[in-house]
Design a protein. Structure first.
Lengths: 254, 232
């Protein structure tokens, strides 16, 4: 059984100048579930995910068509404040990118600019909760004043996840969050994703078929800018309907 | 099915398929030979059959090894995963078929001249049906054919009916004749073995259906009516 849809995308097309990167994508993302997007490089999966918090706005030549709603609200409507949208829809990237600041400041930065913390005690609480939710607290609690960039790759990525959840988002987008990590760090992030889904709606782009199978409840397969197949993760990896999906996930794609 | 980007993956899956085919044809031959040894009461032949079962067991081990290797090295998905897992299941059914045939051969040593023409005829008939099912189900596997798999699945009912006739004719002899009860009892078990082989062919049919379509055959297995076989 699926949860209700948090995000609905209808007929989404994206253009970079004259080049079309996405073609009429219809895709729904269920609330408090993990949705994985897979497909070969250049298939449009990252482009799609970046539409969900309007990250594509920063690219001048990028044009987004179609309709994307979060909780029934059109996020490309003129009345939408992009800063508030990104407060609601956080993002974690392929390469861990902590700020060149202390571990504490990495987390407190967001709540600060969004004016979330009432006072110092409240901010301490937010930092602690965020780091705990990101399963990093025990490893860093005695060195919060040290630079975030001094942590290991896996820790840095969990710091970035803690930073994303510090402003209490409803949706977390992850663009290949484990591709720069070793298997142990990857396993920690995957455990974390599994835990976080009770609180947040998560969309993850991954090149690892096994990762998609392990962490997600629904999976979408993209190819050449089109959504080829979308179904429960179990169905996609056990018995996909589309031959292209099957060829891709079994390593037959030429 | 198009080929994998990694060629050696295709080779491994092909070898697996061929090993199943080889194991299947050996198992099929064992049923045929064990039946012949029983009908002709040829003890020497029966001994040979018993000795040949090791080859089937060795192939099962080989399949198990290949499957574990595939799972470890390739992490197969979708059709490849179904193929890998199915190979393991089919090989264990074939191994059981081999054992049951061996057991028929062993028991055939205890038969005697009391076994009349009618019983032999009934027993042969069951065996032929069972061999046919095993042959067809192997073809279904090799050709990825769900229609053939369904045919075997549906044929099990007829096998059960024939086994019942066979067993009843044996019972009748036990009741009518003063001696030979021991030999007749052996023949009862041998008939039951053939019926079990039919069940394993049905299992394989279900596996093949799942392997090809990714779905389970719908409905309950067709069962024979009340009789000795069903215990009803």
């Amino acid at each position: 059984m699926s949860n209700k849809n948090k995000i609905t995308a209808k007929q989404v097309s994206v253009f970079y100048g004259s080049k079309q990167a996405l073609f009429d994508v219809d895709l729904n993302i269920a609330e408090k579930e993990v949705t994985a997007l897979i497909g070969p490089s250049g298939c449009g999966k990252s482009t799609f995910i970046r539409c969900l918090n309007r990250m594509n706005d920063v690219i001048d030549i990028c044009k987004v068509e179609g309709n994307i709603e979060i909780d029934g609200q059109d996020i490309y409507d003129n009345s939408v404040d992009v800063v508030q949208l990104r407060e609601k829809v956080g993002m974690v990237f392929q390469k861990p990118n902590p700020f060149p600041k202390s571990i504490y400041e990495n987390i407190s930065y967001g709540p600060n600019i969004h004016g979330i913390a009432k006072d110092k005690t409240h901010m301490d609480e937010i930092v602690e909760t965020s780091l705990k939710r990101a399963a990093l607290w025990d490893e860093v609690k005695d060195r919060l004043d040290q630079p975030g960039t001094g942590l290991s790759g896996g820790q840095q990525q969990r710091l970035c996840i803690a930073r994303a959840i510090s402003i209490n988002p409803e949706v977390i987008l992850m663009d290949e969050p484990c591709s720069a990590l070793d298997p142990i760090a990857t396993a920690k992030i995957e455990t974390l994703i599994d835990e976080l889904k009770s609180l947040y709606t998560i969309a993850i782009v991954t090149h690892s078929m096994a990762q998609a199978a392990r962490v997600s409840q629904h999976t979408g397969f993209f190819h050449l800018g089109k959504l080829i197949e979308f179904d429960s993760t179990e169905k996609i990896f056990k018995n996909p309907e589309d031959k292209m999906t099957q060829d891709y996930i079994t390593g037959r794609f030429g | 099915m198009s080929e994998h980007i990694v060629k050696s993956y295709d080779e491994q899956l092909n070898i697996l398929k061929n090993t199943i085919a080889k194991m299947g044809s050996l198992a099929e031959k064992q049923i045929k030979d064990a039946t012949e040894a029983a009908i002709k009461q040829d003890q020497e032949f029966a001994d040979k059959i018993v000795g040949k079962d090791d080859r089937i067991d060795d192939l099962e081990k080989s399949i198990e090894e290949q499957v574990v290797n595939l799972l470890t090295m390739r992490q197969p998905l979708a059709i490849d995963l179904r193929e890998t897992v199915s190979a393991m299941k089919i090989s264990s059914d074939l191994e059981r078929i081999g054992d049951l045939s061996k057991n028929i051969a062993k028991r055939s040593r205890h038969l005697d001249k009391n076994i009349g023409h009618e019983i032999n005829k009934n027993f042969s008939l069951v065996s032929e049906k069972v061999q046919k099912s095993v042959k067809i189900v192997l073809d279904a596997f090799l050709n990825r054919d769900t229609k053939l798999a369904e045919q075997v699945w549906n044929a099990d009912q007829e096998i059960d009916r024939l086994v019942d006739i066979c067993m009843n004719s044996i019972l009748k002899c036990i009741e009518e004749k003063k001696d030979g009860a021991a030999a007749f009892s052996q023949l009862m078990f041998m008939s039951k073995n053939l019926e079990r082989i039919g069940d394993h062919a049905t299992n394989i049919a279900e596996t093949v259906y799942f392997l090809v379509s990714g779905k389970y055959i719908e409905g309950d297995r067709p069962k024979g009516e009340s009789g000795i076989v069903s215990g009803q």
